[in-house]
Design a protein around this ligand. Structure first.
Ligand SMILES: [Zn+2]
Length: 440
């Protein structure tokens, strides 16, 4: 009957305004404007929203057909034993999203089985292994939802690349985190250590001390040193204190997040028995340690950016220039200060104001990988570290000896030989030097 009545309405309209078209292009108003019957009043474009249920949770709506521009709120709720892990068909990590119907949407929530990180002291079993549970993130209150989801997104890209080591905790503040909020986060951090029977200052001593933990300046900006990537009671712990208050770019701090995660990759790759290898040290000096972290923070997002959308702040990290151009700038800033050094391996944090081990180390790591000549700029962490780990076992965690032997075996240079060759390299014209940097 509906059809009949619609035709009837249409017929009436035809008689009145000599037109019965639903076509949008029919925009010219008739000369004689006649009030239209109600059934004909809205001819808005309509779109379909289809929300499918998924195993592990529920959705607040299955969608339907809506007028263009309608905003529909959808909430996904994970069942016991599952957690929400994003949307298929929509880029968000929020459980509640508002869809503006400007096209058809097909959405499915993703629920992952909740594989909680182990919650006790004895987690050495995971050391050096890729794990199937997620990192845990602890945010200061002022970190926006946008930035929280951006950090999770960056973490996914980074762990997909290097492998997911765990258990890992991230503690995130920003320069504008208030003193009160820093204290709250610190209390949470130290409470957690206490609950897990973990002693921050000595992982071998099974006597956590809440007051001692609180007396450290954890998360104070900018002095938030947490020895990122160090083994601490079986956990990989990272503090990101410089996370921007910028809410415009999803992966704003991706290079720094990658840099800090790379320290976890290093520690888990090199240290055989973390307690024996030293609580803080996975390498004695910062030239190769920070140099490689710096190299990959510049390399990976450029390498991935054709396939993965990494939304950096364009004013940040030389996004608009090539890796070679950025390394040219780095080299120009180093030339003077570094010229007096002869033992590059031992350039450390304390030399930073004279010769920056991060920048020169990044060049050193590029030099080594280029020396191999296979064009593989991931060899340092992917292939060299496993060789180094074997040496660490053989040499009872003597990092100097192990490093030199592994370098000789894999890249063909002892530390001494590296020092000699790298010194000559540093005297080459910049254009020639730049040839060893990936052309991306
Ligand atoms: Zn670092």
């Amino acid at each position: 009957m509906k059809h009949n009545s619609k035709h009837f309405v249409c017929l009436i309209s035809f008689l009145l305004i000599f037109s019965c078209s639903n076509e949008e292009e029919d925009t010219e108003a008739p000369l004689i404007q006649t009030p239209q019957p109600e059934a004909e009043a809205t001819a808005a474009t309509q779109y379909t929203l289809a929300v499918s249920a998924a195993e592990g949770g529920t959705i607040s709506t299955e969608g339907g057909t809506y007028d263009e521009g309608t905003e529909v709120t959808i909430t996904a709720s994970a069942n016991e034993g599952y957690r929400f892990a994003g949307w298929e068909g929509y880029e968000s990590y929020e459980t509640t999203i508002i869809i503006n119907l400007d096209s058809d949407f097909i959405l499915t929530p993703i629920f992952a089985e909740d594989t909680k990180p182990p919650n006790n002291f004895a987690v050495d079993q995971y050391w050096g292994k890729i794990v199937d549970f997620d990192s845990e993130f602890f945010f200061a209150e002022n970190i926006s939802e946008f930035n929280r989801s951006g950090i999770l997104n960056s973490n996914k890209i980074i762990t997909d690349y290097f492998g997911n080591y765990g258990p890992t905790e991230w503690w995130i503040t920003s320069p504008s985190t208030s003193t009160d909020d820093i204290l709250k986060l610190r209390e949470k951090f130290c409470q957690r250590r206490l609950e897990r029977n973990e002693n921050w200052t000595n992982p071998n001593a099974n006597n956590p001390n809440y007051d001692a933990c609180m007396s450290h300046g954890w998360f104070e900006y900018p002095d938030n040193y947490l020895a990122n990537g160090s083994y601490v009671f079986g956990y990989n712990i990272i503090a990101l204190g410089q996370y921007g208050d910028d809410n415009s770019y999803r992966n704003f701090d991706f290079p720094i997040q990658l840099h800090e995660y790379f320290h976890i990759v290093q520690a888990n790759s090199i240290l055989t028995m973390p307690n024996e290898g030293g609580m803080w040290g996975w390498d004695m000096f910062s030239f190769f340690k920070e140099g490689s972290a710096r190299f990959y923070q510049k390399y990976v997002w450029r390498k991935l950016s054709n396939d993965v959308f990494i939304d950096l702040n364009p004013d940040y990290n030389f996004q608009d220039i090539s890796m070679r151009e950025e390394f040219r700038i780095i080299m120009e800033s180093l030339k003077e200060g570094c010229s007096t050094f002869t033992d590059y391996y031992r350039i450390d944090y304390s030399d930073r104001n004279i010769c920056d081990p991060y920048g020169l180390g990044a060049w050193g790591v590029a030099f080594l990988m280029n020396k191999k000549g296979d064009g593989d700029y991931d060899s340092y962490w992917k292939s060299f570290y496993p060789v180094l780990k074997v040496k660490m076992i053989t040499n009872d965690n003597d990092i100097n000896l192990s490093f030199s032997q592994a370098m000789k075996e894999f890249y063909g240079l002892t530390i001494e030989e590296f020092n000699q060759e790298f010194k000559l390299f540093l005297q080459l014209p910049i254009e020639q030097q730049l040839e060893i940097i990936p052309d991306i």
